[in-house]
Design a protein. Structure first.
Length: 150
C-alpha cells in the first residue's frame, strides 16, 4: 500500500467541504436567519432586542438535505468503496490499516467524529501525516484507517 501524500488528503477534504459549503450558502441565501435591530419600548423606554426572523422551513430543509448528501458521500459511499467525491477526484481512498479493505459506513462516520481530536489540539492532529510513517492523523490511528493511493 502506498500511503497518500498530505497535500492530496487536504485537497480531497477541501473538495468534500466545498460540497457542504454549497448547501450552507444556499440555505442562507434562500431563507437565512436575519436579526432585526434592537428597538425602544414606548411604554418602558427600555431597549428591546430585535426578534430574529428567517431560518424557516426552507432554511432547515436545505441544511438537512446538505447533511444527507454529505453523509451519503462521506460515510456511506466512502465506507463502501473508500472514495468520497474528493478522494475519487484526487485518486486516494480510505481503507482499513490492516486489511486494506473499505472500512464501512460506521467507521467512516466514527473517523469523521474522531477528527474532533485532531482539531482540539490546535489542529495539530491534521499535520500528523507530514511525519507519521503511515501518514495517519490521530483520527486514523483511533479508528485504524489509512488513506492510500488508489
Amino acid at each position: 500500500m502506498s500511503h497518500a501524500s498530505w497535500i492530496k488528503r487536504v485537497g480531497a477534504a477541501l473538495i468534500d467541504l466545498l460540497t457542504a459549503a454549497v448547501f450552507v450558502v444556499l440555505a442562507f441565501v434562500l431563507d437565512g436567519p436575519v436579526v432585526v435591530a434592537p428597538s425602544l419600548d414606548p411604554r418602558t423606554g427600555q431597549v428591546v432586542p430585535g426578534e430574529p426572523s428567517g431560518g424557516g422551513v426552507v432554511y432547515w430543509t436545505v441544511l438537512l438535505l446538505g447533511l444527507a448528501v454529505v453523509g451519503y458521500h462521506r460515510w456511506i459511499q466512502a465506507g463502501d468503496t473508500g472514495f468520497s467525491w474528493g478522494r475519487r477526484v484526487l485518486g486516494v481512498k480510505l481503507v482499513d490499516a490492516d486489511t486494506g479493505t473499505p472500512v464501512g459506513a460506521g467507521r467512516a462516520f466514527l473517523r469523521d467524529l474522531a477528527h474532533l481530536v485532531d482539531a482540539v489540539i490546535c489542529y495539530l492532529g491534521f499535520l500528523f501525516p507530514l511525519w507519521d510513517a503511515k501518514r495517519q492523523t490521530i483520527a486514523d490511528k483511533l479508528v485504524q484507517t489509512v488513506v492510500v493511493e488508489s
